[in-house]
Design a protein around this ligand. Structure first.
Ligand code: ATP
Ligand code: MG
Length: 257
């Protein structure tokens, strides 16, 4: 049995809040305002994780951070995504959400590209007190590689498992995961993944963490280890974030079986 703490984790994809065709940080602030307003009525325990979009992927690519350590590259990439986080958290606060930045770089150690340890004590207390932690994809220190890029898509299953979350929504810029005809696949499990994985690609923009395929793989693994179902939905659609937060299951469901 999977006990849960009534925690909802919502990802706001970098493809929703930034222009991923840009080479250097272009945020869509009106979209962030719209999403913040959709979040503001939610009363449950909520963790937000946002993607890096053009505030991280192009910088990480420029410095080849997935290949190896680069001190300046780590600083530039971390500062870029921190700048986006400041915009997101500022707008959430303006719209009445008591949001607090939690930068993975400051509380996480990775081993060969995977999170091995993340300090969660402050996040647990924030949730108890009704504050909304806002994490993001980030550069983190890595015991083997020096630094590694930890996507928001990897942060989510880690938090979900450790904190026993009950609902996970992954908002991106497509109406779920498409098949070869562009039709949204309703459910992905380890049973049908092999036959559909050929249709799942990277990203239309720059994405150093695997785009849609990376996302599906993370959520499938979470389903296996925790029996939590995740929903990949289109957060660019007005009302979609509030629909998800209101308990509607939208987009593609990803679960173990
Ligand atoms: N089968 C598919 N179905 C839907 N989208 C797909 C598929 N294959 C590839 N994609 C691409 O994956 C993109 C979503 O992944 P991407 O990592 O770019 O977004 P994101 O997670 O919102 O951004 P970030 O990583 O910055 O948070 C879609 O916009 C689309 O271009
Ligand atoms: Mg991505």
């Amino acid at each position: 049995m999977n006990s849960n703490n009534g925690i909802t984790i919502l990802k706001i994809g970098g493809s929703v809040i930034t222009d991923k065709r840009s080479e250097d940080g272009l945020a869509w602030e009106e979209e962030i305002v719209r999403i913040a307003r959709e979040i503001s009525g939610f009363e449950g325990k909520l963790i937000i994780v946002h993607g890096a979009g053009s505030y991280g992927h192009p910088q990480a690519k420029r410095y080849a951070l997935t290949e190896g350590f680069h001190a300046e590259g780590a600083v530039v990439t971390h500062n870029a995504v921190k700048a986006l986080n400041r915009i997101v958290v500022g707008i959430l606060n303006d719209e009445g959400v008591n949001a607090i930045s939690v930068h993975p770089m400051c509380c996480t150690v990775a081993k060969n590209g995977r999170i091995s340890d993340m300090y969660l004590g402050s996040i647990r207390l924030m949730l108890e007190k009704g504050l909304v932690p806002v994490l993001h994809g980030d550069v983190v220190m890595d015991e083997v590689k020096g630094v590694s890029i930890i996507s928001g898509d990897q942060v989510i299953p880690y938090l979900a498992t450790q904190l026993k979350a009950s609902r996970i929504g992954v908002g991106s810029a497509a109406d779920g995961v498409f098949d070869d005809k562009g039709v949204t696949i309703p459910v992905i499990t380890s049973m049908n993944f092999d036959e559909i994985k050929a249709y799942i690609g990277g990203s239309a923009g720059t994405d150093v963490t695997g785009g849609m395929l990376g996302k599906v793989l993370e959520m499938l693994e979470l389903g296996k280890t925790s029996s939590i179902t995740s929903y990949i939905f289109n957060a660019t659609v007005v009302g979609s974030v509030s629909s998800f937060l209101n308990g509607e299951n939208i987009g593609t469901a990803i679960k173990d079986s």
